[in-house]
Design a protein. Structure first.
Length: 105
């Protein structure tokens, strides 16, 4: 079973516990933290023959991806999973078309 299926009721419980307005604010906060993390330039150096990310870029971004994903899943519950899933389907179809168009160039 996927992480989404295993945790689907956690999202609703968080919304019930903290309220939609609070969770929307939390989603904004997590998105802002993601933007900051991903915009920080990583600095790679070689230490003892191994490439090291001295700014922990990957770790910071992975943490923020996890936080944003959790909040977006809560937003999906709040707004209606079927509506959100349909829009994702449409946007993925559009992305597939853009990829195909890029290959034609």
């Amino acid at each position: 079973m996927s992480v989404i299926e295993d945790t689907r009721d956690i999202y609703q419980r968080a919304i019930d516990a903290f309220g939609e307005d609070h969770q929307i604010g939390k989603a904004i906060e997590e998105c802002a933290e993601f933007i900051v993390a991903v915009s920080k330039k990583t600095e790679w150096v070689v230490v003892n023959g191994a490439v090291v990310d001295v700014n922990n870029f990957s770790e910071r971004v992975i943490d923020e991806i996890a936080d944003v994903t959790i909040m977006m899943r809560q937003m999906r519950v709040m707004l209606g999973k079927d509506v959100v899933d349909e829009r994702i389907k449409q946007k993925l179809a559009r992305l597939e078309q853009l990829i195909a168009d890029a290959g034609d160039k």
